[in-house]
Design a protein around this ligand. Structure first.
Ligand SMILES: [Fe+2]
Length: 378
């Protein structure tokens, strides 16, 4: 199938009520830089105030409503804070639109010629998706441009935690097939990885539990990857995927994984700044030497005691090929406010493993379940 011409996943558009809280999160906790801000003219025209945060190739455009008629305000009437758009850079916006529409995609506008807050030209269009998030496709007519009405400049690596790029975006659906078919037939993506997991697989005697089916699709051209989950019976409604959809009040984007060059100092620094992560059971680390042996990883460069101290997870299946990952607490938990939403970030360091921490699903499930149990929800 002819590729749409995606070069990269450029940016996530995240809608919030409290922009100052986002600034503290990205700048103070994650050492992101402010790459751009909305111009007064754009704020007046859109009824929104916007800040573009950037750490190397991870860009997040955080938008807060100024007026109740704005797009951001409309989002917040039907959802908590969360990811409302993904922005892809494409080689040729006109070609991409033609291709997507010919395959049954749904553009929300024609290709528009725009300028960013410094007058740099870009072409863009958006489409609706089964993700409840708009996918926007931007062609950079002038290099180094930002987004319509955003003034600032592209930054370099510039981050003490050494974030790299979005490794993958994970979304939750009540039913997965329409999204997978759409990605395959409209976007030309291919299946990359898949897993089914249920806590009853661990203990068939359980009278409660949580399960999911997960399929990763990717655009082989750009390498952009999407992990996609649906709940799995038994205890369908208690699946953390079903609870997420309930919390977001729709299907949508659950987490974004950002690569990091060296996860140990990065997590240490984030913890020192007071950032909270999903807890990992101590037994996970007691079992780690055995898991490293049985999985075939055989040896790791890190001290298990350091991973235990920082609660970093490990997964892999070939000798000395593995990944290290950790999940931040979701925004609603970080801020103890339901309207902050169920989205969270993953931090991942790949050391030869191309999977998605399937072996850690159990640990992640257990930690989320513990939290949901503590909240009396399951
Ligand atoms: Fe992930």
């Amino acid at each position: 199938m002819e590729p749409v011409g995606i070069k990269t996943l450029e940016c996530m558009v995240y809608i919030v009520r409290d922009l100052e809280r986002s600034r503290r999160f990205y700048v103070e906790h994650l050492d992101f830089a402010i790459a751009g801000e909305s111009t007064p003219e754009h704020e007046a025209a859109s009824g929104e105030r916007t800040i573009l945060f950037q750490a190397h190739r991870c860009k997040v455009l955080v938008v807060a409503p100024v007026t109740e008629e704005s797009r951001a305000a409309k989002w917040l009437k039907t959802h908590p804070a969360g990811v409302a758009e993904l922005v892809f850079q494409v080689q040729d916006a006109d070609k991409a639109l033609k291709l997507i529409e010919s395959r049954g995609g749904t553009p929300i506008c024609d290709v528009e010629e725009q300028v960013d807050g410094d007058g740099r030209a870009l072409k863009q269009f958006g489409i609706t998706t089964p993700f409840q998030a708009v996918w926007r496709f931007v062609e950079r007519v002038q290099k180094g441009g930002l987004y319509q009405g955003i003034k600032g400049r592209e930054l370099g690596e510039h981050n003490s935690l050494r974030f790299g790029h979005f490794d993958h975006i994970t979304s939750n659906f009540s039913t997965l097939s329409p999204a997978l078919l759409w990605m395959e037939h409209v976007m030309g993506f291919e299946r990359y990885w898949g897993i089914n997991f249920h806590t009853v697989d661990v203990d068939p005697a359980r009278t409660s539990g949580s399960g999911l089916k997960s399929v990763v699709m990717w655009d082989p051209n750009s390498g952009v990857k999407f992990a996609n989950n649906e709940p799995q019976r038994p205890f369908f409604d208690a699946s953390q995927i079903a609870l997420f959809v309930q919390d977001l009040r729709s299907d949508g984007i659950q987490h974004a994984a950002m690569t990091v060059r060296d996860i140990i100092p990065a997590v240490r620094q984030m913890r020192e700044k007071g950032l909270r992560f999903m807890p990992t059971p101590a037994s996970y680390y007691d079992m780690m030497p055995q898991r490293i042996e049985q999985s075939g990883i055989q040896r790791i460069d890190e001290e298990i005691e350091t991973l235990r101290e920082l609660e970093i997870l490990i997964d892999g299946k070939a000798e000395h090929a593995y990944l290290l990952q950790i999940f931040m607490q979701e925004a609603a938990g970080l801020y103890e406010e339901a309207d902050a939403g169920p989205f969270f970030y993953e931090v991942i360091q790949r050391k030869g493993d191309k999977g998605f921490g399937g072996g850690n699903f159990r640990a992640l499930f257990e930690s989320i379940e513990r939290q949901q149990r503590a909240e009396g929800r399951i």
